[in-house]
Design a protein around this ligand. Structure first.
Ligand SMILES: Cc1ncc(COP(=O)(O)O)c(C=O)c1O
Length: 330
């Protein structure tokens, strides 16, 4: 909805990361736009400012920033780039819920920020989502649009001849009630996330070649500790995919983190020929998301950390037993 409104009837490119949630290029296509993938910073995993600058041209209708699990990245720098080019910037802040930037809670950056209430998220409304913005006229338009753009409800900020394609996108009462209940427990949820993350950290810290990625600027900023992502270094005898296969075979529901990258997924929905995004491509081969969430107990987390230690100590033998079919890449 937001992409459609901000594109103002133009068809063009939405600049977005390829190292992100696989639904995002579909959203751009739904809104009649074409995704244009941009490389990310190797540490923050958010759009790289230099790469973003190079991606924007006269065809660009929108910049879509995405908060990483570890923090929002250099938001001000990134938003300024769009502003300088007169291109609206919106932020997928789904993973930035309850996080701060410059000491202030996210929610008021760019033209608008978008959040999810899916049951897997830190604030759970079963399904649904919400948009935050400091732009009153845009908020009016969105409220109108989500309620069929009924003619009697036309906001005074929009001219009589302006037309916005409406739909039924209201958050229903059940989802809203669930989200409010979940919101009340937000602080406690984050404390439990933190406890799980710390347990992983204590178990993984002594495993050579595996790094539990940190929550950036966590000394000064609030973070939600919702994910535990590890990086497998080049020295490991087992590839990332072999390690994943062993974890899964042992019952640990670990998953690759944003892999394959969207521009290499075979369904990237762009109109352009293949792009090369070196940082994205490297990250997409190295990271694993460990089991988290309310169903992962402290015992589970401790057992997974021990399993990682066991795999690390015995990786030569495991590699030999797995055979060449699974030890790709190394
Ligand atoms: C970064 C990100 N953006 C957007 C979404 C989509 O949210 P929803 O499922 O509420 O449409 C997700 C869902 O996992 C996500 O992780």
């Amino acid at each position: 909805m937001l992409i459609k409104l901000l594109a103002k009837g133009r068809t063009g490119a939405v600049v977005m990361p390829s190292f992100t949630y696989r639904g995002l290029p579909h959203f751009a296509r739904w809104a009649g736009q074409v995704p244009r993938f941009c490389d990310v910073d190797p540490v923050s995993h958010t759009l790289d400012p230099t790469a973003l600058e190079a991606c924007i041209d006269s065809d660009t209708t929108l910049v879509l920033l995405v908060c990483s699990f570890s923090g929002p990245g250099p938001l001000e720098v990134l938003c300024n780039i769009g502003e300088r080019h007169n291109v609206p910037t919106i932020i997928d802040s789904v993973d930035g819920i309850a996080c701060t930037y410059g000491g202030r809670m996210l929610g008021g950056h760019g033209r608008a920020e978008v959040y999810s209430l899916h049951a897997t998220k830190v604030v759970n409304g079963f399904e649904g989502g919400y948009i935050t913005t400091n732009d009153g006229a845009l908020a009016d338009l969105l409220r109108w649009q989500r309620n069929f753009s009924l003619s009697g409800w036309r906001p005074i900020t929009i001219g009589a001849n302006d037309y916005v394609l409406g739909l039924n996108a209201k958050l229903n009462e059940m989802h809203a009630a669930m989200a409010l209940a979940s919101l009340q427990g937000l602080g406690a949820t984050i404390l439990r996330n933190r406890a799980r993350y710390d347990t992983y950290r204590d178990g993984i810290v002594r495993i050579e070649g595996l790094t539990l990625l940190p929550y950036l600027e966590s000394e000064t900023e609030s973070r939600n500790y919702q994910m535990a992502v590890i990086e497998v270094c080049d020295d490991w005898l087992l590839s990332r995919d072999s390690l994943l296969a062993v974890l899964n075979a042992e019952g640990a529901a670990a998953r690759p983190h944003y892999s394959p990258a969207l521009h290499q997924s075979g369904c990237d929905l762009t109109a352009t020929s293949a792009v090369h995004l070196p940082v994205t491509e490297r990250l997409a081969k190295r990271l694993i998301r460990l089991p988290v969430g309310e169903l992962a107990t402290t015992e589970d987390v401790t057992a997974i950390a021990k399993l990682l230690k066991f795999i690390s100590v015995n990786q030569g033998e495991i590699r030999a037993r797995l055979g060449a079919s699974i030890t790709n890449g190394h």
